[in-house]
Every structure is written in structure tokens, then in C-alpha cells.
Ligand binder design. Sequence first.
Ligand SMILES: [Cu+2]
Length: 314
Amino acid sequence: MAGVAIFSPSGFGAGSAAATAITIVDQNGRLVPNTPPSTISQIFDVTVGPNGMLVFSPDPVNISVGDTVRWTWGSSGHSVTSGNPCTADGQFCSPNDMNCSAGTLSNIGAVYEHTFTQAGTYSYFCASHCGFGMTGTINVASAPMAQSAFSRKVHGGAGTFDVPLPLTGNVGVECRTGPTYQMIINFASSVTVGSAMVTSGTGHVTNFSGNGTPQITVNLDSVTDVQRITVTLMNVTDGTSDVPVADVPVSMGVLVGDVNGSTGVNSTDVALTKSQVGQTVTNSNFREDVNASGTITATDVTIVKSDVGHALPP
Ligand SMILES: [Cu+2]
């Protein structure tokens, strides 16, 4: 429960929910990437003027998008007013978010809550005691989201080629032979991943690497053909915050021989592969090198022929 700051001397419950990630599945049973708020919302308690001191405690408070801060008055004659000290900006204020510039003061035992729906840094102050340094800060972090994902294979001496794995919509189809595959998942900034596992489909995560960088590499083995497989990165954080955040699923269709990515293997795939035999493997024809040998040969044609009739399950 890193990042949970609880301070409730007046007998209010801690009220923090378990940091369990929600799994969302679409109508096809495919995991839907989480969007913030990605974890169950939590309540963070702050005391206003504890024991008459002109402070907000604790301060600062680090939360995630969707979390709520609950201020409880420990002494009388204070306000919670958003804005860079000491000017109200009208984003939120006690007691009811109305007429914030008035700086309405509340008394001991009062409670005011605000839920933060946008990432950012929020300053607030007490309208009566701002000049005495009675100010606070709420840091609201958003969950890191994957920007892109790929299935990567080395094609012998021809180089490394990536099949895009879209994070929404139709799955990317990996047409090259297994049973080992490598997923590359890119983020906008450096991340730390707690673990990686196959959460649906048949396969096994051998290992993963890249913590502390924007790119996570997951090595898979025992991945079977003709299936949808989902790998989920668990407890992904942005590395600068200790707030627990989303699980990031990445799905892939595995259909060896489906060189045109139509989700079925048929005579078109055979013909496409035949047409590339002897050609140099490039970004435009690497899918026809279905055994990732670095050359497109009769062997690739034989593999595709043997898979005719296979279709990606729904
Ligand atoms: Cu005050």
C-alpha cells in the first residue's frame, strides 16, 4: 500500500480501499487496456489545523487520478481553498466548492472532500492563515499507459522485424512460427513493472526486462498456434511515484502462415509466400519468411500450405 497517507486523529476511518486492479473484458472476452482511474479509488485523509497548529497534515499528499482527499477540521477557523498561495483559483474549496474566493471558514469537526480527476499538482491554502504558511499540495499521478506494442523476431542475417500489436481494436496477427515469441511494449516515459504473465491463452512468460526504461521486453515460450494470447504487465508505475497503478494487457493473435493478416490461412497466403521465394527479406515481405530464417524458401511455402484452413478463434 505504498503512497497511502492516513492521518485520522478524530476517529474517522482510514477508508482506503484495497489496491486491486480492475480487469475489463470486451464482448469477445479480450482484455481491454485500462484507462485512468485504473485502480479502485482511495480516500486520503488530511487534518486541517491539528491541535491548533496552522498546517495541513500530512503534506504534501501523493494520490492517483480518481482518488479522493478528505479534509477533517482539527481546529476552528480554517478553509481549504485551491490556488497558488494565497489567491483562490476556483478549482475546489470548502465547504461546498461554491464561491471559493470568499474563503469561507469552517470549524472543528467539519469534513470536506474533493475527488481529483485530472493528473497534476494542486496547491491550496487556508484563507485565514495563508500568510502564516498554512498551505498544502496534492500531487495527482496518472497511470502510465502503453503507447505501442510489437511482436519481434530475428530473421537470421536479414535482421529484426516487428509485427505491430494494436492496443485497441483488432489484434495484430503473428504469422511466424513459435513456440517462442518476444513482445516489445513501449511507454511514454520510464516505467517499472512488477511482473509479467500470460493472463489468457496458452503460453508462458520466460522473463521480462526493461524496468527503468520506456520499453519493456517480454520473452515467451510454449506459445501454441491458432489462438489469442494476452500478456499482462502487472503493477506498472512511472518510476517517479510510489502510487500503485494499472495492469497493462497486450493481446496477440497467433496464426502461423497467415502472412496477409486476414485471420485465416488460405490459398492467398500460399500464393503470397510463393511470390516472395528468393527475395531479400525486408519490412514489406518479412511475414512471408514464416520460419524467420532470414530467407524466403520452399520451406516457408510448405509451412503455409500445411496451415491452410486454420483460422483465428474469436
Ligand atoms: Cu487557517
